[in-house]
Design a protein around this ligand. Structure first.
Ligand SMILES: NC(=O)c1ccc[n+]([C@@H]2O[C@H](COP(=O)([O-])OP(=O)(O)OC[C@H]3O[C@@H](n4cnc5c(N)ncnc54)[C@H](O)[C@@H]3O)[C@@H](O)[C@H]2O)c1
Ligand SMILES: [Fe+2]
Length: 386
């Protein structure tokens, strides 16, 4: 068997209502002063009020930074770091979707180590140490609470990543009650993002693709496949919400160690340039990238097809099962109310060539794709998706 290395968050708490006990559960390791990083929408909804109060009840002084936008910018990260330094914080709590968690991760690194961000981009370049870090996801999608990755938008449109086990948090707190009010469109898009993490991790050509990631990806797909429609159409179903949160975390553990590939590489120019939500960007290119990959990966897609859609067990032929899997995924996105084509999200055909050139910059992802992909291939995939 090939050798591999598997890193994950060392302590994971899965408990409905846990955010209201955050001070007890996670306070002791955070020091007396904490920076809580979140977004303005969540602040307005009062979603972090219980967590805040519970930290304060434990005698922890909390500075709230609530200015994280979707696809957070470098300027926002810098402001979060300034706020943390000004308050001399000893720990960081990320509270929100992937955007807030990603800012919290790099804020903990930069405040803790004083290192220069420009030297931390890429894989394995962060030096540390970071401040104690606790992450509380409020979407079931990115799995950022268990990934070593932070994605920041640099300049007008480039999504840049820093990846290092140093920015894995000390504790992830998964509280399904936080996701009950997640609107259907965001539930659908983030849920598809989680599925894509599992699919791409399972089929990843990374030398570190490993049996743990494969097992986690398959269990993630079972949970996500069985619950995504319930979570979208019956948002108050706490069982379904819990299954989605667990599924997205398992998918995060899988791809944190067996990284994602061309679906994400082609999704980034859509999110970076046109501010289409990350999960929706993935959904728009997903069937087209999988169809492109099928000559190399049909057997892998056939292996996981029935995890998402149990009735595909009956389809014995590998090519047939792979094709049905891809068609079912496209149909599922439609059923969940996601727009099917790039033109539906306001992207003009004239932008496709630039998007294909931008996608090729994601070499860290493209190397993991089961089939080699050129700029011309990227353009054909965008054309098919348009
Ligand atoms: N670090 C990683 O491993 C990783 C992986 C995938 C994606 N990402 C990044 O994560 C970001 C996307 O994160 P996301 O999809 O979780 O969305 P997000 O954090 O950008 O949030 C999207 C919207 O959902 C709202 N929202 C979040 N939780 C809510 C709740 N419980 N109730 C009501 N509204 C809620 C937010 O206020 C926001 O308006 C992108 O920047 C993407 O690149 C990171
Ligand atoms: Fe993603």
């Amino acid at each position: 068997m090939d050798s591999f290395r598997f890193n994950t968050t060392s302590s994971i708490i899965f408990e409905a209502g846990a955010a209201g006990r955050l001070g007890r559960l996670a306070g002791p390791g955070l020091g007396g002063r904490v920076l809580l990083v979140t977004d303005p929408g969540l602040r307005k909804l009062g979603l972090c009020d219980h967590a805040l109060r519970s930290l304060e009840d434990e005698g922890i002084a909390v500075t709230v930074f609530d200015a994280v936008e979707a696809d957070p910018s470098l300027a926002t990260l810098n402001k979060a770091v300034e706020a943390g330094r000004a308050a001399s914080v000893a720990g960081v709590v990320g509270f929100g979707g992937g955007s807030s968690l990603d800012v919290a991760k790099l804020a903990a690194l930069l405040i803790g180590s004083g290192e220069v961000l420009d030297e931390a981009w890429g894989v394995g370049n962060a030096k540390g140490p970071r401040l104690p870090l606790v992450l509380v996801p409020t979407t079931a999608g990115t799995g950022s609470e268990v990934t070593p990755v932070s994605i920041i938008t640099v300049g007008a449109e480039e999504k840049r990543g820093a990846s290092s086990p140093i920015i894995l948090p000390d504790i992830a707190v998964l509280d399904a009650e936080l996701t009950l009010g997640l609107p259907p469109a965001i539930t659908a898009a983030t849920g598809i993002d989680a599925m894509v993490h599992a699919i791409e991790a399972y089929a990843s050509k990374s030398a570190n693709n490993n049996p743990l990631s494969q097992m986690l990806a398959r269990q993630a797909l079972r949970l996500l496949g069985a619950n995504i429609e319930k979570a979208v159409f019956d948002g108050n179903n706490v069982e379904a919400r819990g299954a989605m949160l667990l599924g997205s975390m398992l998918a995060g553990q899988a791809f944190a160690n067996s990284p994602v590939a061309a679906v994400h590489a082609l999704a980034y120019p859509i999110g970076g340039t046109f501010h289409v939500p990350h999960g929706l960007s993935n959904a728009l290119v997903l069937p087209h990238v999988l169809r492109f990959n099928a000559p190399e990966a049909a057997h892998l897609y056939a292996e996981i097809a029935a995890d998402v859609f149990p009735h595909l067990e009956r389809e014995q032929d590998i090519q047939g099962r792979c094709a049905a899997f891809i068609a079912e995924l496209a149909a599922l996105a439609g059923k969940l109310g996601l727009p099917p084509r790039l033109r539906d999200v306001g992207i003009g055909e004239e932008h496709l060539a630039k998007m294909a050139a931008d996608a090729m910059k994601q070499t860290r992802l493209l190397v993991n794709n089961p089939r080699g992909l050129s700029e011309a291939d990227a353009l054909s995939i965008y054309r098919a998706a348009w």
